[in-house]
Design a protein around this ligand. Structure first.
Ligand SMILES: *Cc1c(COP(=O)(O)O)cnc(C)c1O
Length: 356
């Protein structure tokens, strides 16, 4: 029996590491691909929808796939500090892998616009948090400038090793299904992940591990949808803070993925995104964060309109764990207040019978 030690060990042949590289890992990857059982029935469509639940990575998001590679390579190059701009998950992941490696992490976050769980994690992993009174895009610009003036390695997805680590999610999907899906749906913010999945799928197809390629569907929040508008957005706004990005760094790569795969971009309102998040929790028992549910919101819309035809096999990436954003979850369930009763058998019995 082999012990799972992380995605670099599993896909070593396909990643830029050598036998002497010290691997910085928290056993990330190997996340479950879960077939939805109830939602297809509810919408009355003959489709196979699988979700790749990336919220089960060590820090609760897919960012760990890229971070194990980026920090491994930073340490190999002799770096003692890493830096990133973040809407929350990159900072949590960078902080964790820096702790594991024994180096420093600096993170720039937009003040007041980061989910509570992500802030708590980053503090616990002991990163140096720099809050800016600005948004992610301004933080990203500052990080690029400061890296020219200080001995720090950038671990945002403009770091190519991030993309290499994240492409392994596509490998895992093909390895699990035995083929690539017909459609791959995912939320798009900075567009590193859509770039990474396309790289993974095309690499596997080139080497004949799979015979087909998916159509890539990139979904954005209506208030932060530069790919749908075809131009950068200066004041992105959405409840899905992980994709509250108006100036995506992987702009050209994402358009290549869209064009080469015959895919498309679309946008969905905060209400649609939150409805999909609640639906997944309520009907499938899968709790992802708001940004992640954008993939399902998009898939359901495109299945409904027939753009994604019946008979299709669809994978939606659920990028992060719902526990990260307790404030949104509580807001979503404001009407479902817990009841308070006497601590007696009679009262508990009555409470149960009343609700059946
Ligand atoms: C980072 C992130 C995204 C966006 O991924 P990009 O690579 O920036 O497009 C989506 N959802 C969650 C939960 C994230 O953390």
């Amino acid at each position: 029996m082999t012990h799972y030690t992380g995605l670099i060990e599993r896909y070593r042949k396909r990643l830029p590491v050598s036998d002497s590289t010290r691997i910085i890992s928290l056993n990330e990857g190997n996340t479950p691909l879960i077939q939805l059982q109830n939602i297809p029935r509810l919408i009355g469509k003959e489709v196979d929808i699988y979700v790749k639940f990336e919220g089960l990575n060590p820090t609760g998001s897919f960012k760990d796939r890229g971070m194990t590679m980026a920090v491994t390579k930073a340490v190999e190059a002799g770096s003692h500090a890493i830096i990133c701009a973040s809407t929350g998950n990159t900072s949590a992941s960078a902080a964790a892998y820096a702790a594991r490696a024994g180096i420093r992490a600096f993170v720039l976050i937009p003040e007041g616009k980061i989910a509570l769980g992500k802030l708590a994690q980053t503090l616990m992993y002991d990163a140096k948090i720099i809050q800016i009174s600005g948004n992610f895009d301004q933080g990203m610009q500052l990080v690029k400038e400061v890296a020219d003036h200080a001995p720090v390695t950038i671990v945002n997805s403009i770091n190519p090793f991030r993309i290499d680590g994240q492409k392994t999610a596509a490998f895992e999907i093909v390895d699990a299904l035995g083929f690539a899906p017909d459609y791959h749906c995912l939320p798009v913010g900075n567009a590193g992940n859509i770039t990474a999945y396309w790289k993974g799928y095309t690499e596997y197809a080139r080497d004949r591990v799979c015979g087909n390629l998916p159509v890539m569907c990139g979904y954005q929040a209506a208030g932060a949808a530069p790919f749908v508008l075809g131009e950068m957005v200066d004041h992105p706004e959405t409840v899905a803070t992980a994709i509250r990005i108006g100036h995506p760094q992987s702009w050209d790569f994402a358009w290549t993925a869209q064009r080469e795969s015959g895919g498309w971009f679309d946008k969905f309102t905060d209400e649609q995104i939150l409805a999909a998040q609640k639906m997944l929790s309520q009907f499938e028992g899968i709790f992802c964060e708001p940004a992640s549910a954008t993939s399902l919101a998009g898939a359901l819309h495109d299945i409904g309109s027939g753009k994604i035809p019946e008979g299709s096999k669809i994978v939606c990436t659920l990028t992060g764990n719902g526990i990260k954003d307790p404030e949104i979850a509580m807001m979503q369930c404001a009407d479902a207040k817990p009841i308070t009763i006497d601590a007696s058998l009679d009262a508990v019995k009555r409470a149960i019978l009343d609700s059946l």
